[in-house]
Write a protein that binds this ligand. Structure first.
Ligand code: SF4
Length: 731
């Protein structure tokens, strides 16, 4: 085939968890355009602003300025980095890791990877850490994205398996959004919701969000609650459902356990009590409970209509994220609102492949194919699959713990791939201490502009969208192929291949865990990696042994489970009322409401939340190169209610100083009544490159996450990015 001839390559958008199919147009080794794939069931040909401008992020003439194109190494921190060959780079990395592991043990090293990796990349890194090195210190930016959703599903339904599908939007009588601005964060799914509402105006939409977002503009009922009070709201809704006999006692009796304890817990959480805690009207809580339970305002328990809840970071990024997720799922279980068309809890994944990463067990507390790290039989199964003697039993360090351990000198080597912790993690001062204190930092990255790059002792150039082959799984468990349309620029290589080559070198230096085998990493292609992952799912809830890359080529994207012999995937889980728990019953999760970790006080009186803009993605390394995308929001600002500005004698647009207990920033204030008095909002995308400088005390300003705090949920270890106490004053 003539590589320079015009061609169209079918692939998947690399941004959000909708996972839209794209058709990449290329000619002469250059990506010239992108269109929505009409045959992809996630988007039927539509693309949002981010997806439809993907080709503008790939200009080869920009590569020398924005891409890493050659491995670079420095052997001393005070020396410049020099270009080196891949052999030199990986030999050096393997020797440094082997020396540290030999001297300090396997837990002295850690890997921090990404929900933007492909499943095959994730698989190799996970096996490298847990199988070859023997450490569970492999965590990912999914920790700050979906780990509370994982913990919530497992605590209630027994497995990390979102039970719904996007097609449920078309069947739901009530849509219950919580902590999700889908209009901006999952735009193509939201277009489907707008169409459903236009076709069926009687469909009720409830939006629970501290801000009046574009999603809330479509709502029949907007519950503008105080940040962090979701559990109180859910408990009060259950209180109403019990009091008004709106629950489904037959479903509860046949398919669940633990309801009595939860019923006792919510007895005192009346709508009046919750209204006070949440800053809502009690009547609105009652209305939300009735709509949720019955599916429609005119419904009855005899003619219950389906309710679909859709939720995202507002529930997850919280020090009580697991309780919030489980509290919402409690409502579905109490009303039997699960396992039927249009009903169920549906977590929207922030990143394109957070699901694929969870499937391979690529986190510090997970194991391959939804196995349980604490279960000796599960560990033995994985060890047998990989051909190693064992997999370490104790939980590895999760994202924040990993960086804290590096800052404390306990973790001595960090390998960071496909993610930008020097911008995206909370408490940037701590993260940067970690990157400085670690003895050896590898940064495997696409963009030379990423904030973490300056901290790398070794830089490894990676391929990205349009250049690599593999698979991703979207929010509805649908596996799609990602395909290369052009060759890799410079010396950039695929993430799975870099990890495989490093692993083989490490095997030669640390042969003990090879168990007599030649290599644990015999892969020549990403398909070979995927085939091994597929085998690991046999008999599990996410069994995909009936699938192959050839089948994905032939039949297009498919939902799991898809076991051997199946004729298709499953749109919806738990239709039979049997859950993947020991007794087959779903479990109610009874945990009391807990306030935010850092309440506002007289010195820091404003509640700061962070979130996405419509047209930017994460740290803007990719979207920031497209001028058109800046027209939506050309500069950072802090949203404040006009009364908060007036109280401080500040004007709309005036430069203000925002300070938390960890740092401060200078940025313009924007007067808006989309936030309540007492609250503030800053978009998450602006890092230290944009919001830099030093304050009067000489302390560096480190972007929006210089303000946020690392308080963790005790079950999911997800940090509370959605609430920090701040103050605002004239700059
Ligand atoms: Fe890409 Fe998400 Fe937009 Fe679809 S909705 S085009 S997956 S960013």
């Amino acid at each position: 085939e003539d590589a320079s001839a015009p061609r169209v390559t079918r692939s998947t958008c690399p941004y959000c968890g909708v996972g839209c199919g794209v058709l990449i147009e290329s000619e002469g080794g250059r990506i010239t355009g992108v269109r929505g794939d009409p045959g992809h069931p996630a988007n039927f040909g539509r693309l949002c602003t981010k997806g439809s401008t993907l080709h503008l992020t790939t200009k080869p003439e920009l590569a020398p300025q924005v891409r890493l194109l050659q491995p670079e190494l420095r052997t001393r921190r005070d020396a410049p980095r020099n270009p080196v060959s891949w052999d030199t780079a990986l030999d050096h990395a393997a020797q440094r890791f082997a020396d540290l592991i030999t001297a300090h043990g396997p837990d002295s090293v850690g890997f921090y990877i990404s929900g933007q990796m492909l499943t095959e990349d994730y698989y190799v890194f996970n096996k490298l850490a847990k199988g070859l090195i023997g450490t569970n210190n492999v965590d990912t930016n999914s920790r700050v994205c979906m780990s509370s959703a994982v913990a919530g599903y497992k605590a209630t339904l027994g497995a990390d398996a979102p039970p719904c599908a996007y097609e449920d939007i078309d069947h739901a009588a009530c849509l219950f959004f919580v902590g999700s601005n889908a209009a901006w964060s999952h735009p193509i799914a939201f277009r489907r919701i707008e169409q459903a509402k236009a076709r069926r105006p009687e469909m009720r939409i409830v939006v629970v969000d501290p801000r009046r977002t574009e999603t809330a503009e479509l709502a029949d009922l907007h519950l503008q609650l105080l940040p962090g009070t979701d559990v109180a709201l859910f408990h009060a809704m259950l209180h109403v459902m019990v009091w008004e006999d709106l629950i489904d006692p037959a479903f509860i009796a046949a398919h669940t356990s633990g309801f009595a304890a939860l019923r006792d817990l919510v007895r005192d959480m009346s709508p009046a009590v919750a209204a006070n805690l949440c800053g809502l009207k009690a009547d609105d809580i009652v209305t939300a409970a009735r709509w949720f339970a019955l599916g429609a305002p005119s419904g009855s328990v005899q003619a219950r209509q389906p309710t679909l809840s859709m939720y995202c970071q507002g529930l997850n990024q919280s020090s009580s994220g697991t309780a919030k997720n489980a509290g919402l799922i409690n409502l579905h279980l109490a009303c039997g609102q699960i396992g039927k068309p249009g009903a169920g809890p549906f977590s929207l994944t922030g990143q394109p492949n957070a699901m694929g990463g969870r499937e391979v067990g690529g986190m510090a507390n997970l194991l391959s194919a939804h196995r349980d790290l604490a279960n000796p039989e599960h560990r033995a199964e994985v060890a047998a699959l990989w051909g190693v003697a064992d997999v370490p039993a104790s939980r590895g360090k999760t994202a924040i713990e990993l960086f804290q351990a590096a800052a404390d000198g306990e973790v001595k080597a960090l390998w960071i791939a496909c993610t930008n912790p020097a911008q995206s993690l909370p408490d940037q001062a701590m993260v940067r201490r970690a990157l400085e204190r670690a003895e050896f930092v590898v940064v495997q990255e696409v963009y030379a502009t990423a904030a973490t790059v300056p901290y790398g002792d070794l830089l490894l150039p990676a391929t990205t969208w349009g250049e690599k082959e593999g698979t991703v799984t979207n929010s509805e468990r649908r596996i799609s192929r990602v395909r290369a349309a052009t060759a890799a620029p410079g010396a950039a290589r695929d993430d799975w291949a870099i990890a495989t080559d490093f692993a083989r070198r490490l095997e030669a230096l640390l042969p003990a865990r090879l168990n007599g085998r030649l290599t644990l990493f015999p892969y020549a292609t990403p398909e070979a990696v995927w085939n091994e992952h597929r085998e690991s799912t046999r008999g599990r809830d996410l069994d995909i042994t009936g699938l192959s890359w050839a089948a994905l080529e032939r039949d297009g994207p498919q939902q799991w489970p898809y076991p051997q012999g199946a004729s298709g995937g499953k749109a919806r889980l738990y239709a039979d009322g049997i859950f993947p728990t020991a007794d087959g019953r779903a479990r109610f999760f009874a945990q009391p409401f807990k306030p935010v970790a850092e309440p506002c006080d007289a010195r820091y009186p404003l509640a700061l939340t962070t979130g996405r803009l419509r047209d930017q993605w994460h740290g803007m390394t990719r979207t920031g190169s497209v001028p058109r995308l800046f027209s939506h929001a050309p500069e950072p600002s802090i949203d404040l209610h006009p009364t908060e500005l007036a109280r401080r004698g500040l004007r709309d647009g005036e430069l203000v100083r925002v300070a938390s207990r960890r740092g401060d920033l200078l940025l313009p204030a924007r007067a808006t009544d989309t936030v309540r008095p007492g609250q503030a909002f800053i978009a998450m995308h602006w890092g230290a490159e944009y919001l830099a400088g030093r304050n009067a005390e000489g302390v560096a300003r480190l972007g929006v996450n210089g303000l946020t705090l690392p308080a963790l949920d005790p079950h999911s270890f997800q940090p509370e990015l959605k609430h920090s106490a701040v103050r605002v004053e004239a700059a």
